[in-house]
Ligand binder design. Sequence first.
Ligand code: SF4
Length: 115
Amino acid sequence: MNKELICIVCPRGCHLTVDDNLNVTGNTCKRGEIYGKQEVTSPTRTVTSTVKIKSVEFVRLPIKTKDPIPKGMIFDLMEVLEKVEVEAPIHIGDVVVSNVLNTGVDIVACREVLK
Ligand code: SF4
Protein backbone atom coordinates (compact mmCIF):
# COMPACT_ATOMS: atom_id res chain seq x y z
CA MET A 1 0.00 0.00 0.00
CA ASN A 2 1.34 3.44 -0.93
CA LYS A 3 2.41 5.83 1.80
CA GLU A 4 1.88 9.56 1.38
CA LEU A 5 4.46 11.79 3.07
CA ILE A 6 5.54 15.40 3.09
CA CYS A 7 9.29 15.76 2.72
CA ILE A 8 10.72 17.73 5.66
CA VAL A 9 14.29 17.96 4.39
CA CYS A 10 13.82 21.51 3.07
CA PRO A 11 11.07 24.16 3.27
CA ARG A 12 9.67 23.28 -0.17
CA GLY A 13 7.74 20.38 1.41
CA CYS A 14 7.26 18.14 -1.61
CA HIS A 15 4.41 15.60 -1.40
CA LEU A 16 5.97 12.16 -1.67
CA THR A 17 4.46 8.79 -2.44
CA VAL A 18 6.37 5.66 -1.46
CA ASP A 19 5.14 2.34 -2.87
CA ASP A 20 5.65 -1.18 -1.52
CA ASN A 21 8.88 -1.55 -3.48
CA LEU A 22 10.22 1.68 -1.92
CA ASN A 23 9.93 3.61 -5.18
CA VAL A 24 9.55 7.28 -4.32
CA THR A 25 7.66 9.75 -6.53
CA GLY A 26 6.80 13.42 -6.06
CA ASN A 27 10.28 14.36 -4.92
CA THR A 28 12.05 17.24 -6.62
CA CYS A 29 15.55 16.09 -5.65
CA LYS A 30 17.53 13.04 -4.55
CA ARG A 31 17.36 14.05 -0.89
CA GLY A 32 13.59 13.57 -0.98
CA GLU A 33 14.00 10.05 -2.35
CA ILE A 34 16.42 9.19 0.46
CA TYR A 35 14.08 10.76 3.05
CA GLY A 36 11.03 8.90 1.70
CA LYS A 37 12.74 5.51 1.82
CA GLN A 38 14.13 6.11 5.29
CA GLU A 39 10.86 7.43 6.67
CA VAL A 40 9.06 4.27 5.63
CA THR A 41 11.77 1.80 6.72
CA SER A 42 13.49 3.41 9.70
CA PRO A 43 12.31 6.94 10.57
CA THR A 44 14.71 9.23 12.45
CA ARG A 45 14.49 12.73 13.88
CA THR A 46 16.83 15.43 15.12
CA VAL A 47 15.47 16.30 18.58
CA THR A 48 15.66 19.70 20.25
CA SER A 49 14.89 20.28 23.92
CA THR A 50 16.35 21.88 27.04
CA VAL A 51 18.20 20.68 30.15
CA LYS A 52 18.70 22.10 33.65
CA ILE A 53 21.64 24.36 34.45
CA LYS A 54 23.12 24.00 37.95
CA SER A 55 22.79 27.06 40.17
CA VAL A 56 20.68 28.95 37.64
CA GLU A 57 16.96 29.15 38.32
CA PHE A 58 14.33 29.58 35.62
CA VAL A 59 16.86 29.28 32.79
CA ARG A 60 17.39 26.08 30.83
CA LEU A 61 20.02 25.24 28.26
CA PRO A 62 18.72 24.59 24.72
CA ILE A 63 20.18 21.36 23.33
CA LYS A 64 19.79 19.14 20.29
CA THR A 65 20.85 15.75 19.03
CA LYS A 66 23.91 16.27 16.85
CA ASP A 67 22.47 13.78 14.34
CA PRO A 68 19.02 12.25 13.95
CA ILE A 69 18.06 9.37 16.25
CA PRO A 70 15.45 6.64 15.68
CA LYS A 71 11.99 8.16 16.08
CA GLY A 72 10.97 5.33 18.44
CA MET A 73 13.63 6.40 20.96
CA ILE A 74 12.40 9.97 21.47
CA PHE A 75 10.46 9.25 24.69
CA ASP A 76 13.46 7.40 26.17
CA LEU A 77 15.63 10.36 25.20
CA MET A 78 13.30 12.76 27.00
CA GLU A 79 13.61 10.66 30.17
CA VAL A 80 17.41 10.87 29.93
CA LEU A 81 17.32 14.64 29.37
CA GLU A 82 15.05 15.17 32.38
CA LYS A 83 17.89 13.92 34.63
CA VAL A 84 20.68 15.94 32.98
CA GLU A 85 22.07 18.98 34.77
CA VAL A 86 24.96 20.95 33.31
CA GLU A 87 27.32 23.46 34.86
CA ALA A 88 28.28 26.82 33.34
CA PRO A 89 30.33 27.90 31.51
CA ILE A 90 28.89 26.14 28.48
CA HIS A 91 29.75 26.88 24.88
CA ILE A 92 27.78 26.22 21.71
CA GLY A 93 28.57 22.71 20.49
CA ASP A 94 29.75 21.40 23.88
CA VAL A 95 28.77 17.76 24.34
CA VAL A 96 26.17 17.53 27.09
CA VAL A 97 25.57 13.76 26.79
CA SER A 98 27.89 11.52 24.80
CA ASN A 99 26.52 8.53 22.85
CA VAL A 100 23.02 8.97 24.23
CA LEU A 101 21.15 5.65 24.61
CA ASN A 102 24.01 3.94 22.75
CA THR A 103 22.88 5.52 19.48
CA GLY A 104 26.34 6.89 18.70
CA VAL A 105 24.77 10.35 18.74
CA ASP A 106 25.84 13.13 21.11
CA ILE A 107 23.60 15.76 22.69
CA VAL A 108 25.13 19.20 22.18
CA ALA A 109 24.56 22.68 23.60
CA CYS A 110 22.87 25.21 21.33
CA ARG A 111 23.60 28.30 23.43
CA GLU A 112 26.44 29.80 25.39
CA VAL A 113 25.97 30.17 29.15
CA LEU A 114 28.67 32.04 31.07
CA LYS A 115 29.10 31.92 34.85
S1 SF4 B 1 12.25 16.48 -2.25
FE1 SF4 B 1 14.02 17.86 -2.29
S2 SF4 B 1 13.14 19.84 -2.89
FE2 SF4 B 1 11.43 18.56 -2.22
S3 SF4 B 1 11.17 19.06 -0.01
FE3 SF4 B 1 12.51 17.25 -0.16
S4 SF4 B 1 14.58 18.09 -0.12
FE4 SF4 B 1 13.20 19.78 -0.62
